[in-house]
Design a protein around this ligand. Sequence first.
Ligand SMILES: *[C@@H]1O[C@H](CO)[C@@H](O)[C@H](O)[C@H]1NC(C)=O
Ligand SMILES: *[C@@H]1O[C@H](CO)[C@@H](O)[C@H](O)[C@H]1NC(C)=O
Ligand SMILES: *[C@@H]1O[C@H](CO)[C@@H](O)[C@H](O)[C@H]1NC(C)=O
Ligand SMILES: *[C@@H]1O[C@H](CO)[C@@H](O)[C@H](O)[C@H]1NC(C)=O
Ligand SMILES: *[C@@H]1O[C@H](CO)[C@@H](O)[C@H](O)[C@H]1NC(C)=O
Ligand SMILES: *[C@@H]1O[C@H](CO)[C@@H](O)[C@H](O)[C@H]1NC(C)=O
Ligand SMILES: *[C@@H]1O[C@H](CO)[C@@H](O)[C@H](O)[C@H]1NC(C)=O
Ligand SMILES: *[C@@H]1O[C@H](CO)[C@@H](O)[C@H](O)[C@H]1NC(C)=O
Ligand SMILES: *[C@@H]1O[C@H](CO)[C@@H](O)[C@H](O)[C@H]1NC(C)=O
Ligand SMILES: *[C@@H]1O[C@H](CO)[C@@H](O)[C@H](O)[C@H]1NC(C)=O
Ligand SMILES: *[C@@H]1O[C@H](CO)[C@@H](O)[C@H](O)[C@H]1NC(C)=O
Ligand SMILES: *[C@@H]1O[C@H](CO)[C@@H](O)[C@H](O)[C@H]1NC(C)=O
Length: 346
Amino acid sequence: MERGQVAVLLLLLLSIQGLSAVRVLPSSNPAAAGDTLTLSLWPAADLKGGSWAIGDSLILTWLGDQQAVFPNHSGRVAVNVRTAALTLSSLTLEDSGVYAVHSSDPPLRANASITVLGETLYRGSSYRTTNASIQKPVLNVTLGTKQSRPLESSPVALTCSVSSGSSPSFLWFNGSSEVTAHHRVAFSDGNSTLTILNVSRYDGGPFRCFAFNPVSNGTSKPFVFTVIYGPDNVTLTVNDQHAAAASFVSGSNLTVRCSAQSGPPALLHWAFEGHFLNTTGPSLELVHVNQEQSGPYSCLAFNNETNRSNNITEYILITKSQATLLKLHVWLFPVMPWFGCLLSNV
Ligand SMILES: *[C@@H]1O[C@H](CO)[C@@H](O)[C@H](O)[C@H]1NC(C)=O
Ligand SMILES: *[C@@H]1O[C@H](CO)[C@@H](O)[C@H](O)[C@H]1NC(C)=O
Ligand SMILES: *[C@@H]1O[C@H](CO)[C@@H](O)[C@H](O)[C@H]1NC(C)=O
Ligand SMILES: *[C@@H]1O[C@H](CO)[C@@H](O)[C@H](O)[C@H]1NC(C)=O
Ligand SMILES: *[C@@H]1O[C@H](CO)[C@@H](O)[C@H](O)[C@H]1NC(C)=O
Ligand SMILES: *[C@@H]1O[C@H](CO)[C@@H](O)[C@H](O)[C@H]1NC(C)=O
Ligand SMILES: *[C@@H]1O[C@H](CO)[C@@H](O)[C@H](O)[C@H]1NC(C)=O
Ligand SMILES: *[C@@H]1O[C@H](CO)[C@@H](O)[C@H](O)[C@H]1NC(C)=O
Ligand SMILES: *[C@@H]1O[C@H](CO)[C@@H](O)[C@H](O)[C@H]1NC(C)=O
Ligand SMILES: *[C@@H]1O[C@H](CO)[C@@H](O)[C@H](O)[C@H]1NC(C)=O
Ligand SMILES: *[C@@H]1O[C@H](CO)[C@@H](O)[C@H](O)[C@H]1NC(C)=O
Ligand SMILES: *[C@@H]1O[C@H](CO)[C@@H](O)[C@H](O)[C@H]1NC(C)=O
């Protein structure tokens, strides 16, 4: 994974989930006696002050640039007041324990359990090969699914796997947002499986998983579903107006357009007064229309993958041309009393 992507992910995590999911990442775990250990916060948090403790014993506290170290650790610990990272040098076996950071501004609590091993045990190959807590880096993060073209409203499962890596943790992203469990989303298998209980056409993603352990991390390639849905929301317009709200004069050219929400796009057919026209596709061109072409126009949408269809019918009214109306009006002027009665027949 590129550094840029990591930085973007860190920023996202921070802005999306606030500080609730900050973790303590040790520079090594187990650590070797005599070595120096750094405990960093991830994602980065901007704390105005706080404290570090091992078990119930405080190690140090800080506020702004000032830090105060308690006697048990004086001389071998320091906190980076900007990042809250704790550095502990000259480790001894007694330094094993749960290290917790606490801040009230912003509110944050996080901890990590650290084991310090004697030099020989730490370097000993038997320990390294048998103890699972020696961390192997995360490699080849892969996102997979058996349902790459799910039907809308069906469940889909995404799984995240690594080809190697000690006890990885997983985070999931949908576009730029972290996915958290809610009524439509569930996690399982240690968060390595994301199940969308009821996939929707809006679950376009792209989905990514981020796998990490204290020594490394990686992001999967983006994954996009092709959700199969519709057709629905079929609409029809005439010269970009709602057909129901307009009438058109004879002699004009009409473009009747049909749209439908459908994945994949619906096949569109046209009908007039219930009879199919020899036209398919999203627009029906009517050139130099006359009054006899008034009537119900239908657009029929068919999705050949959902095998569903839908339709809309709108009445298109074509009136006499403006010129005819005007002539009629002039001619009718002397016989005004009849006007209203005649107009109803125009
Ligand atoms: C110092 O360490 C001793 C023994 O490990 C412990 O009993 C004591 O509470 C510690 N003191 C502080 C201030 O944490
Ligand atoms: C460490 O953090 C976990 C989860 O945040 C919490 O359940 C646990 O009580 C904490 N342990 C200590 C010793 O603070
Ligand atoms: C990554 O993992 C996938 C699936 O687990 C596998 O097919 C692929 O060969 C792996 N690639 C490498 C470079 O290990
Ligand atoms: C799935 O979602 C659709 C709309 O989002 C809803 O109509 C349907 O009832 C849901 N089905 C289940 C099983 O939750
Ligand atoms: C799964 O993720 C949630 C946050 O989305 C976290 O609280 C939980 O600890 C994770 N579980 C595991 C096993 O990593
Ligand atoms: C993914 O993001 C889209 C767009 O923000 C949203 O509509 C959809 O509900 C999200 N799906 C899941 C599973 O989080
Ligand atoms: C991810 O790994 C990179 C190096 O590969 C490292 O610089 C970065 O701090 C790691 N990020 C996390 C969150 O572990
Ligand atoms: C599609 O139709 C549904 C109801 O059938 C409605 O809730 C939704 O807002 C419509 N979407 C659009 C983009 O018109
Ligand atoms: C209608 O279309 C025809 C041919 O496409 C064109 O000759 C004619 O001028 C158009 N009429 C109007 C009123 O736009
Ligand atoms: C429909 O159109 C096609 C080509 O556009 C033509 O070959 C066919 O004869 C037409 N059928 C009718 C009934 O007009
Ligand atoms: C649906 O129609 C498209 C284009 O007309 C075609 O390419 C595709 O194979 C059809 N799919 C099915 C399942 O019939
Ligand atoms: C149009 O849709 C209605 C239901 O909305 C249905 O009853 C009718 O059969 C459909 N017509 C055609 C030609 O598919």
